[in-house]
Unconditional design. Structure first.
Length: 306
């Protein structure tokens, strides 16, 4: 098997970028000093994430293709949560020289296929040698002339609603840590999240006052809305979707588990939400997040607490 060290920096770049599909938003892709990405709105939505081996993924648990899909998804979901249309990813890859080139190619295939779900493209990036595999992803998006959906617009009386799976990735991670692989639905959800990207347009059409993607746990992320908006978020645990597959700890997973990249938002009291959205609470005067009238914790992900 050819390693990335044997290919060298430029040989690896050529192999990884050869044949990458480019959408209409990337008139000039990899191959020059920089890519060219269209910005019809005149503003660019931008976000970035780091993924470090054995911190955010394990190669004995996830295939390179799954890691690529996951790395792209968590960034594309952030762009969508701003009410923007994802346009491009820039990918920084650091890896040991002994890494198989085929592994890196499958990683890029996953990145490209997840981009294709949203119409975005892998527009460029960089590669470098490092002791452990690390991915640095920057995602760009276009607002199409509309205001961004932020975390700061929630008002007392608003509905709180969610769209997408909650707790699946968290439950899958616990299974993997115990050396188990069933239910496969949960394990696959951890390996490869499936954000409901269309939720962002649904939220905008329904008059969302605040929106974000659930990456660090529902309650922790709702706390960001509460803090940015200067309000209290009240969650009704009985209204939170908890499928039986999540098991006896399903509610805990749904409330505190991250990396499903569902969407959570607040909406005017009279909003008519599509059926896929579940209303789980209300916005009130005050601060923080309450579940059934009480604090709930600890929970949620913090990169420096683990």
């Amino acid at each position: 098997m050819t390693t990335i060290g044997e290919l060298g920096e430029f040989g690896l770049i050529a192999r990884l970028t050869r044949g990458l599909p480019l959408g209409r938003d990337v008139p000039l892709g990899p191959g020059d000093d920089a890519a060219v990405v269209a910005a019809p709105d005149g503003r660019v939505v931008a976000t970035c994430d780091l993924l470090v081996e054995d911190r955010h993924f394990r190669r004995d648990w996830s295939s390179p293709y799954d890691i690529g899909r996951k790395a792209a998804a968590q960034n594309l979901a952030d762009v969508a949560a701003m009410g923007a249309r994802p346009t491009a990813l820039l990918v920084g890859l650091a890896a040991p020289a002994a890494t198989e080139a085929a592994w890196a190619q499958r990683l890029y295939a996953g990145l490209a296929d997840e981009c294709a779900v949203t119409g975005a493209s892998v527009a460029g990036g960089d590669v470098v040698a490092a002791p452990v595999i690390t991915l640095a992803i920057t995602a760009l998006g276009d607002l199409g002339g509309r205001p961004p959906l932020t975390r700061s617009g929630a008002r007392p009386g608003d509905l709180v609603a969610v769209r997408g799976r909650l707790g699946f990735s968290s439950a899958g991670l616990e299974l993997l840590r115990r050396g188990e692989r069933e239910p496969a639905e949960l394990v696959e959800a951890h390996r490869r999240p499936s954000p409901p990207y269309e939720a962002a347009e649904e939220a905008r059409a329904s008059g969302a006052t605040a929106l974000l993607d659930v990456s660090d746990g529902l309650l922790q992320d709702l706390g960001h809305i509460a803090e940015a908006s200067g309000v209290r978020v009240e969650v009704d645990s009985a209204a939170v979707p908890v499928p039986a597959v999540l098991g006896p700890d399903g509610l805990r997973h749904a409330l505190t588990g991250g990396e499903d990249h569902a969407f959570a938002g607040t909406f005017p009291p009279a909003a008519h939400l599509p059926p896929a959205w579940a209303v789980i609470g209300r916005v009130a005067d005050g601060k923080g997040v309450m579940v059934d009238g009480r604090p709930y914790g600890p929970g949620g992900w913090d990169h420096f607490r683990g």
